[in-house]
Each structure stands twice: as C-alpha cells, then as structure tokens.
Design a protein around this ligand. Structure first.
Ligand code: ADP
Length: 399
C-alpha cells in the first residue's frame, strides 16, 4: 500500500507518493500554473529497475480537480501507482487549523465545515488546501483523507505567549491570537534533533530556526512548543523574503495618513514588497549573498538586518527556555547559507553558543553538527522534510 501527500497552493499542487511502511519516496512532482493556459506537470519517479526518471508535460490544467486527475494518470502511466486502490491514505498540508485542530484529523463533513470556517484566518492558503482535499476526495472516494496542520505543533504555546496586548474580547470574538506556522517542519526537525542527540524528545530544550522565503523561529521545551515568532498570520516575526516581520503597528496609521495607502496597499506592502526585497530589491538569499560579496551595500545591509532580527529572537527564546540544549537551522537559507548562520550567532559565546567556522562550512544531506568546542549548546543543520512528516503523521493516524 502507498501514501500520497498533497500540498495545494492557489495555482499549484505539489505531490509525493510514499511506499508503506518504510515511507520511501516512489515519486514526487508538481503541477504549476493551474487555471492558466501554460500549465506544467513535472514528475520524478523511481522505475521498477530502481533507476530515477524525470518527466515533464506542458498542457493547460483547468483546475485542481483536473490537476489531481492528471497527477493520478501520470503516476499510473509511469507504473508507480498501478491502481488508486493501492492508496491507504492521502495526507494534505493545511496551513491554518485555528484552535480547533491540535493534531492531524481524518477529513469528514464536520471537519470540512470547520476548515471552511477558518478561511478568514488564512484567506490566501486555506481555500487552496480545501480545494485540494475536495479534488482528492472525488478522485479516490473511500480512501481516508488526512488533514495535517501547520499550526497544530504550536497549540501547546501557553496563553501568556499566544495572547496579544489587545482587548481580551478580540480573542473571544475574533480569535485574534498567535497561532504560529511551519509546525510540520518544526515537528520533523525537532524529532530528528532528538534522535541525532540520542535524547528523548520530551527532555530536549531546543530553539529551531526555519529560514526559507518565509522564516520563523520556535522555542521548544521538552518536545512542546512554548513560543514562536509568527502570529495570527505568517507576517509577524523575522524579516523574510518579501515580508516585513515585526514592526511598530503605528507605522501603518502613519503611512495611511501620509501617503493615502488603503488596507489593500498596506497588505501588499507588508507581505509582498517588504523584507529582503524591500531593503535591497531582491528576495533570493543566494543572489543577495553574491551581490553583498561584490560590495553591494544594500545587499550587505539586508543580510545584516535579517541576521540581527534572528539574533534578537534567539536571545529572547534563550530567556524563555532558561537554556537550550540545541539550536537547529533548517529551510533553504538555514540549511545552506553558512554566512547567515555565522552572522546571526556571533557574539553569543557567553550565552553558551558558538559556531565552529570549519564545521559550519561543511555540506551534507544529513544532520550537520557545527558548534565550536566551548559551546554548551549543540548547533545542528537539519534538512527539513515536510512531505515526509505529513506522510508519517498520515500513516500514524490511519494505522
Ligand atoms: P520556501 O519558504 O519557499 O519553501 P525555501 O525553504 O526553499 O523557501 O528557501 C528559499 C530561500 O533559500 C531563498 O532565499 C534561496 O535563495 C535560499 N537558498 C536556497 N539555497 C541556498 C544556498 N545554497 N545558499 C543560500 N541561500 C539559499
């Protein structure tokens, strides 16, 4: 039997097919530009002979429903899925589970209604996730569909850390509170860190940094998240590719008054035109690194600001936890950018955190341990694998 994992975006659908019970990857792929004229399907799969093959198909994909159908046809055509009845379950990434979902659930009509009720909290993400679930339910009726939530891992955050300094009734009436995101990634890397350090997860104090286009940080005490930098939405916290992260809320009133920007303009400003992009007109850390190395002052400044914000949060979460056994870097930047890792931890030796520059510059597909000799806190680089985590949570639930 097999497990399929779907991650539906507004115009894309990422998928991965896993063999049970070892969860080895049989195929992975992506459908892009759904709803546009120039749709593209890419598939990477393992043939019966064991060799890896790649396949691409350019053709319009009208909606998620025909996307799921096309994905199934491709998997069948390449003989990685002989029959849809081989599927024991389909795991879906769902970005926002609000307070209703503290762990993965099998999707029922009641769950679907609850997911729809959460749309106002994640208007960009949840509708696409729901569309993916509906398309998959039609394609493989009777196969358990499992919703795995990005917010679930953070549901252990205590009230004093998830509430804002706002009138309490805004929490009661409108559910305004910190939810946190990247939970599937944190669940995966924090468990991997515990395994690597040979420590029971419920005894480990860790600070995990997921640094990708979206970036956040989480304080995890004895396996349970106690605080994280993203809030009601994924806009709060660290400086990101195109998102501002933390700022003085009064900046918005000031800009509205001075420039005449309306709510939509401000939303676009903070989510799409800020962060690294706003500072140096580039949101790709690889290019920014190259520009900075060639003397581009704005690129250098963007890296400084990005790293300084991370450093402030690491300090804050050290205070929250009292101490940390390990610090984990993950995400495209966290896994690959040695300069960022080095810069954001500089000058923290007296707090028990120091990097070994040589170890920091090593590359591995697996866990990399990079702390210096005097560091009481282990520093690990762990490639995240959200799809595998969703497959594993799906398997646990349906088993
Ligand atoms: P997403 O949040 O979209 O999943 P990723 O985790 O893929 O993003 O991270 C994307 C970011 O990682 C980009 O800023 C990209 O430039 C950066 N990145 C990827 N590889 C490297 C690398 N080798 N060195 C530095 N940055 C990298």
């Amino acid at each position: 039997m097999k497990i399929l994992v779907l991650n539906a975006g507004s115009s894309s659908l990422k998928f991965q097919l896993f063999a049970m019970p070892d969860l080895s990857v049989l195929a992975s792929g992506m459908l892009e530009k759904i709803g546009e004229e120039n749709g593209l399907a890419t598939l990477s799969y393992i043939e019966k002979s064991g060799s890896r093959k790649k396949y691409e198909l350019a053709r319009p994909i009208s909606d998620h429903r025909s996307g799921v159908q096309l994905m199934t046809e491709l998997l069948q055509e390449k003989n990685v899925l002989i029959d849809v009845n081989e599927l024991a379950g389909v795991g879906h990434r769902v970005v926002h589970g609000g307070e209703d979902f503290k762990k993965p659930v099998i999707v029922t009509d009641v769950v679907m209604d609850a997911l729809k009720a959460l749309i106002p909290l994640a208007p960009l993400h949840n509708p696409a996730n729901i569309t993916g679930i509906e398309a998959s339910m039609r394609m493989v009726p009777g196969v358990p569909q499992v919703a795995v939530f990005d917010t679930a891992f953070h549901q252990s955050i205590p009230e004093h850390a998830y509430l804002y300094g706002l009138p309490y009734e805004l929490y009661e009436k409108y559910r305004v509170r910190r939810y946190g995101f990247h939970g599937t990634s944190y669940s995966y890397v924090s468990r991997k860190a515990a395994e690597y350090l040979n420590c029971p997860p419920n005894e480990l104090k860790s600070i995990c940094l997921h640094l990708g286009n979206g970036a956040s940080i989480a304080a995890i005490d004895c396996g349970k998240c106690v605080d994280t930098s993203m809030g009601l939405t994924p806009l709060e916290g660290l400086v990101m590719g195109t998102r501002s992260g933390d700022l003085d809320p009064a900046i918005l009133f000031y800009l509205a008054r001075e420039t005449g920007m309306d709510l939509t303009d401000l939303d676009t400003l903070l989510n799409k035109k800020s962060g690294l992009k706003g500072i140096c007109d580039n949101n790709d850390m690889r290019s920014i690194g190259r520009l900075a190395a060639n003397g581009d002052l704005r690129a250098q400044l963007a890296i400084e600001i990005f790293c300084y914000r991370i450093k402030k949060y690491v300090g804050a979460y050290l205070a929250v936890l009292g101490s940390a056994d390990c610090l984990v870097f993950t995400g495209g930047i966290g896994e690959n950018d040695t300069n960022v890792r080095n810069k954001c931890l500089q000058g923290m030796e007296k707090l028990g955190i120091s990097l070994d520059p040589q170890k920091n510059s090593c590359v591995t597909d697996n866990v990399l341990e990079i702390q210096g000799d005097g560091s009481s806190c282990k520093i690990l680089v762990i490639p995240t694998n959200e799809e595998l985590e969703i497959a594993s949570q799906t398997l646990n639930l349906i088993a």
